[in-house]
Design a protein around this ligand. Structure first.
Ligand SMILES: Nc1ncnc2c1ncn2[C@@H]1O[C@H](COP(=O)(O)OP(=O)(O)OP(=O)(O)O)[C@@H](O)[C@H]1O
Ligand SMILES: Nc1nc2c(ncn2[C@@H]2O[C@H](COP(=O)(O)O)[C@@H](O)[C@H]2O)c(=O)[nH]1
Length: 195
C-alpha cells in the first residue's frame, strides 16, 4: 500500500455498546489489512474461554494496572462494566510515528479521553439495529452472566446518546455491509489532504 512520505498514521477509534460486534468486525478487517495495527488493551477482567493473553487482551491484576496508571503508561484508561481497561501508550505512538494506522477498540469514556489528546483521530461509533438485537447478541455470545448482561444493557442505553460526539456512525445489521463501510471510512481518511 502506498504511503504519503512523512505522514503520521491515522488513529482510528471504534466504540459502541458491548455486544454490538466491534470485535467481530475488527477481526474480519484485520484479516484483510496488514497495515492497520490493532492496539491490544490491558484489562483486569477475567479471560473468557478461548481468549489468549497478549492476543485478545493483556490480562493483568488490579495492582499491576494501578502501577501502569502511576507510570503514565496508558494513553487512556477507564472503569468499564466493573473492570479496568487501558490502552498501552508505547505501541500506539510507535506505530503512528512510523506512518502506520492504529485502531483502538475502546469504550465511550476512553474515546472521550482520546479526543482531548488526539482531536485529529477518526472516531467511529458502531450501532446495533435495535436494543433487542443487542441484548440477543450478548445472550447468544454466552460469555456474560445475567447480571453482567443487565449492567451492559443499562450502560448501552446511556452510551448510545454519545453517538453525536463521533465523526461516523455505522449500523452493524448485515455484517458484510458494516465491514465495507468501515473499510470505506479508513480508505477515505487515508486519502484526505488536510486533517
Ligand atoms: N452483524 C451481526 N449480526 C449478527 N450477529 C452478530 C453481528 N455482528 C456480531 N455478531 C455477534 O454478536 C456477538 C457480539 O459480538 P462481539 O463480541 O464482536 O461484540 P463487541 O462489540 O466486541 O462486544 P464487547 O464490547 O462486549 O467486547 C457475537 O456473538 C457475534 O458473533
Ligand atoms: N476505555 C477502554 N475501553 C476498552 C478498552 N479495551 C476494551 N474496552 C471496552 O470495554 C468494553 C468491554 O469489553 P469486554 O471485552 O469485556 O466485553 C467494550 O466496550 C470494549 O470496547 C480500553 O483499552 N480502554
Amino acid at each position: 500500500m502506498l504511503k504519503q512520505q512523512d505522514k503520521r498514521g491515522n488513529l482510528i477509534i471504534l466504540s459502541g455498546p458491548s455486544g454490538v460486534g466491534k470485535g467481530t468486525i475488527l477481526s474480519a478487517l484485520m484479516d484483510n489489512y496488514d497495515d492497520i495495527h490493532y492496539s491490544i488493551s490491558a484489562t483486569t477482567r477475567e479471560a473468557r474461554v478461548g481468549e489468549e493473553d497478549g492476543e485478545d487482551y493483556y490480562f493483568i491484576s488490579e495492582d499491576k494496572f494501578e502501577s501502569l496508571v502511576e507510570k503514565d503508561d496508558f494513553l487512556e484508561w477507564a472503569q468499564v462494566h466493573n473492570n479496568y481497561y487501558g490502552t498501552p501508550k508505547k505501541y500506539v505512538e510507535e506505530n503512528l510515528n512510523q506512518g502506520e494506522d492504529v485502531i483502538l477498540e475502546i469504550d465511550i469514556q476512553g474515546a472521550q479521553q482520546i479526543k482531548e489528546k488526539f482531536p485529529q483521530g477518526v472516531f467511529i461509533f458502531l450501532l446495533p439495529p435495535s436494543l433487542e438485537e443487542l441484548k440477543s447478541r450478548i445472550h447468544h455470545r454466552g460469555t456474560e452472566t445475567e447480571d453482567a448482561i443487565q449492567t451492559r444493557m443499562k450502560n448501552a442505553k446511556k452510551e448510545m446518546n454519545k453517538v453525536e460526539d463521533y465523526d461516523y456512525a455505522v449500523v452493524n445489521d448485515e455484517i458484510e455491509e458494516a465491514i465495507n463501510k468501515l473499510e470505506a471510512i479508513i480508505i477515505a481518511e487515508r486519502c484526505k489532504v488536510k486533517s
